[in-house]
Design a protein. Sequence first.
Length: 163
Amino acid sequence: MKKFLFAVLASSIAVPAYAAPGDSSTAQGTATAQIVAPITLTHVSGAALSFGTLTAGTGGTATVSVGSVRTVGGDVSGITGVAPAADAFTVTGDANRSFSITTAGGTVANGGNSMAFTTTAAATGALSASGTASFRVGGTLTVGNNQAPGSYTGTYNATVSYN
């Protein structure tokens, strides 16, 4: 019985295992991080995507380029009055970094009357050595048949993201 107890006691004592030299190796890795200035988009005060003054007729489209040039299609006519103009934005962020531009369409409304529009902008831009850039937004307005006269307003979203 003593031999049995001694065997049980001996087997329950933990003996650390040592690796023979050359069986393992440890080295340190390297970790890095770089924080850049956040990208910021600002709408230029007083700027707006303006399709200008139009007549509706039986409907059609009015397109304003990023260079503020208006073209019309269908039975829509551009006339003197409010001048067509592209919208304008400024971007600030990390110097010399490229970014993508996305714009969404929207709706302009006057009371219960509305018209849909799409937007057009460059797909990408680049920040200067001082970390600034600007871009313009044009678009196409769909004018309905005998669209009600009035002053229509609306909004749309523009987004910039680092590439």
